[in-house]
Design a protein around this ligand. Structure first.
Ligand SMILES: [Zn+2]
Length: 248
């Protein structure tokens, strides 16, 4: 497009890179074998910790723009996830080879992580509106932050029987809204800007709820509370440290 300081293609390619990075989160599963029920429990605890910590990152990011609109977003996220949960509860869901309860959990996980990527895609686009250096920096920060999110998705999918390649696919899929939203957000940055904190809050509200309602109860069913709490604490701490280190 004429007159734009940065080509929309550049924005698209950087945002696509962030999506591809999410697939890297599935790779540790290439080196693990013989997952027991207890491992499934602890994997759920780790996924919960990563999601809670990532949610706080989103809230702090939103508060930089507007506290009020971020909190409105959290409320909307809660409402959305409650409705989605009730809708799915009475329904037969299949996801690839998964059926029943496992498929429902997997679908909720992929669905919520996909939803939260919309907000991050807008974040990338808005950042490019502030100049190429800022846009590239935010893209790289989100790309790196997507890797543990791909890990969180894979921690839910692989122990339930999805292949590593399948988990990598769903991880990348969950981040596709990033390239799709980044370009319109960059082109119409003035119009998107006010909604960014709402989107960030919405994603955070849904992710915290998912961790509390789905991942932790599952974790406690399969593994002892001490182990679950230890893994949860460590994964929250590591994700917070990681996010601060990458500045995202
Ligand atoms: Zn994220």
């Amino acid at each position: 497009m004429e007159g734009l300081p940065i080509s929309p293609w550049t924005v698209f390619l950087y945002a696509l890179l962030t999506a591809v990075a999410t697939g890297l989160g599935a790779l540790p599963f290439l080196f693990t074998r013989g997952i027991t029920r207890r491992h499934l429990g602890l994997a759920n605890a780790a996924a919960a910790g990563l999601m809670v910590a990532a949610s706080f990152g989103l809230i702090y990011e939103g508060v930089n723009y507007s506290l009020g609109r971020t909190l409105v977003g959290v409320g909307l996220g809660l409402l959305f996830i409650l409705l989605a949960h009730r809708y799915l509860e009475g329904r037969e869901v299949n996801l690839g080879d998964l059926k029943g309860l496992d498929a429902r959990k997997a679908l909720m996980m992929v669905g919520i992580m996909t939803l939260h990527s919309f907000a991050e895609g807008v974040g990338v686009g808005v950042a490019f509106g502030g100049g190429e250096a800022l846009g590239v920096f935010i893209s790289l920060a989100i790309a790196v932050h997507n890797i543990p999110e791909g890990l969180a998705i894979s921690l839910v999918l692989v122990p339930r029987g999805v292949s590593v390649l399948g988990a990598a696919f769903w991880s990348v899929f969950s981040s596709l809204p990033q390239p799709l939203m980044a370009v319109p957000a960059y082109l119409f940055v003035e119009a998107f800007h006010p909604f960014l904190p709402v989107g960030l809050g919405l994603a955070a509200g849904a992710m915290i709820w998912m961790a509390a309602a789905e991942l932790l109860p599952d974790a406690l069913k399969e593994a002892e509370a001490e182990g679950v709490a230890t893994v949860l604490t460590l994964s929250v701490a590591l994700m917070v440290a990681f996010q601060i280190l990458i500045g995202g």
